[in-house]
Design a protein around this ligand. Structure first.
Ligand code: HEC
Length: 161
């Protein structure tokens, strides 16, 4: 196999994934999100927002410790850490302002089989209490919590990089 053959086979393996992105980017309920830009947030402030809003009551982040919360959650959903696909900024923002938009597959997997259909997110809606500045810092903080694990082997191909 020449270098370009390898490239072609990798490209064709990923093509359905690219197409999926292209389709979902255009059909986002008829409201394309291209050109959506928020200013840079402050990571330390964002961590404070995470604690102030008791996000750590339901979420753990690897290698981070948070103070105790007033309530005991029925579950802990880990966010951040080493993942194969890093959540992008827009996805994290959406997860906070619109929790029902996409229900995390990790959470669905935690539910009893019978409860897996028609799931609504138990995550509160923060739109009434959170300022935009807090949101910007929070998402900046969350984004920094994800690091990418390189798959060594993907769909039959070794990926060297
Ligand atoms: C009452 C529990 C609860 C609280 C409090 C809560 N969440 Fe969540 N969160 C969830 C659940 C359950 C999910 C999975 C369902 C979903 O995708 O909405 C989730 C999903 C998420 C996701 C997407 C995770 C993924 O892998 O797709 C992010 C990011 C997130 N929460 C951040 C936050 C932040 C930031 C706060 C605080 C402002 C917060 N959460 C507060 C329960 C909670």
């Amino acid at each position: 196999m020449t270098g370009s053959d390898i490239f072609k086979s990798i490209a064709s393996a990923f093509l359905p994934v690219f197409m999926l992105f292209a389709v979902s980017a255009c059909s986002e309920e008829g409201r394309p999100v291209k050109g959506f830009v928020l200013p840079q947030g402050d990571v330390a402030q964002g961590e404070q927002v995470f604690v102030d809003f008791n996000c750590h009551g339901c979420h753990a982040i690897p290698d981070m410790e948070f103070p105790d919360t007033e309530f005991t959650p029925p579950f802990v959903l880990e966010i951040g850490g080493e993942v194969y696909r890093v959540k992008n900024y827009g996805e994290l923002l959406t997860a906070v302002v619109n929790p029902d938009h996409i229900i995390s597959p990790k959470y669905i997997a935690m539910l009893e089989k019978a409860d897996r259909e028609a799931v609504i997110s138990p995550m509160p809606y923060y739109g009434e209490e959170m300022t935009v500045a807090e949101l910007i810092d929070l998402v900046e903080f969350l984004h920094g919590q994800y690091s990418k694990l390189q798959p060594k082997y993907y769909r039959g191909y070794y990926l060297t990089k």
